[in-house]
Design a protein around this ligand. Structure first.
Ligand code: HEC
Ligand SMILES: [Cu+2]
Length: 349
């Protein structure tokens, strides 16, 4: 009776776990539904290695079962030691050669893909973006163009985009599972990879190298848009006047406070490269605040008054003068109206 109940309980737990886990993950945050060039390669290799492993498993299980049934001790049989066989040449050759063949089947496409993904020959004719990993946010500097942005990386769909990556502090890892594999982002040397998205859309990215208390909150997005939309976006971003006065009176007060409270010592608006904190040129167009929270006025006020409550260990906490809720509300009005372009993560979805 007890064993029976245990089985039911284990079964329910398994079902529940599967149910809960099936809701995990965000849209376009999986390597199992590839939407980009590198992700295709990884996925094909996953399938190939899985087939090879299942083949090995099947063969071993069949042999195991046959041996188990055929050579088991039969009723009435006496104990005896079977004939000892040693150094069978044919067997030794077979079980050496088959694994070598299986490993070659895996190795050849893996090495080919590795070299293909490291190919930098098209870099000079492609869009190049300098990527900087920072404790807990990403910065993007479009080379040869007056565009700096943070958190959301806009790219034209169907084009190779080269990412030249470095870290400003510790080691991070750039990973957009649906588009491509991971690449370490080191403080000392630049690593380069290219990404290419097949479809327009928003793809979630994660830092994949433990980098501090808010490592798991170091999310970002790749926004893939058509070439026309990308050109429009680039033009709009270049045309931003960082000192433009907002129309709304409250937002105007917010703009003055943004200067008074020293926010500009770390945050740039426009293409200035200052980057102790995220560039806020298109902040109002983002769908997330600091990469993780929904971009609402309420959350923004909370961030400005107490960033620590959202991202522990971030580099903003304690490094600016105290801001009251009222002042934060005004600054929020100012920041939320920074919408220099109609090309946004929402429009790309
Ligand atoms: C010492 C430098 C520094 C100062 C001064 C500073 N910040 Fe920040 N700020 C940061 C850093 C670093 C981050 C990124 C935090 C993270 O995600 O880990 C950040 C993030 C933000 C974000 C989220 C940006 C995004 O892309 O989602 C906003 C909004 C912001 N700060 C507003 C302000 C305001 C308003 C002030 C002035 C009251 C201010 N900051 C002062 C460094 C600073
Ligand atoms: Cu990181």
């Amino acid at each position: 009776m007890k064993g029976w109940m245990g089985k039911i309980r284990a079964f329910c737990l398994l079902g529940l776990t599967a149910f809960v886990l099936s809701a995990c993950g965000k849209e376009n945050l999986t390597a199992l539904d590839p939407k980009g060039y590198g992700a295709d390669q990884s996925f094909n290799l996953i399938i190939l290695t899985t087939i090879v492993m299942l083949f090995v498993l099947a063969v071993v299980m069949v042999v195991y079962t046959i041996v188990l049934i055929r050579y088991r001790k039969k009723k009435g049989q006496k104990d005896y030691i079977p004939k000892q066989v040693e150094g069978n040449k044919t067997l030794e050759t077979v079980w050496t050669v088959i694994p070598i063949i299986l490993l070659l089947i895996i190795a050849v496409p893996t090495i080919t893909a590795t070299f293909d993904l490291a190919d930098e020959s098209a870099a000079s004719d492609s869009l190049n973006v300098q990527v900087t990993g920072n404790q807990y946010w990403w910065h993007f500097n479009y080379e040869g163009q007056e565009i700096q942005t943070s958190q959301d990386l806009y790219i034209p769909v169907g084009e190779k985009v080269y990412l030249n990556m470095k870290s400003s502090d510790v080691i991070h890892s750039f990973w957009v599972p649906a588009i491509s594999g991971k690449m370490d982002v080191n403080p000392e040397n630049e690593n380069t990879m290219y990404i290419e998205a097949h479809e327009e859309g928003v793809y979630w990215g994660k830092c994949a190298e433990f980098c501090g208390p808010s490592h798991s909150l170091m999310d970002f997005k790749v926004v893939a848009v058509s070439q026309d939309e990308f050109d429009q976006w680039a033009q709009d971003m270049q045309n931003v006047d960082p000192e433009a006065e907002p129309e709304d009176a409250v937002a105007q007060e917010g703009q003055s406070l943004f200067q008074e409270k020293n926010c500009m010592s770390c945050h740039a608006i426009g293409s200035s490269p200052a980057q102790i904190g995220p560039n806020l040129t298109d902040f109002g167009n983002r769908s997330k605040l600091a990469g993780v929270e929904d971009l609402t006025k309420e959350n923004l006020v909370q961030w400005i008054t107490d960033p620590e409550s959202i991202k522990p260990g971030n580099k903003m906490t304690g490094n600016y003068p105290e801001v009251s809720d009222d002042e934060a509300g005004k600054i929020a009005e100012y920041l939320l109206q920074l919408k220099p372009t109609d090309i946004t993560p929402e429009s790309a979805q």
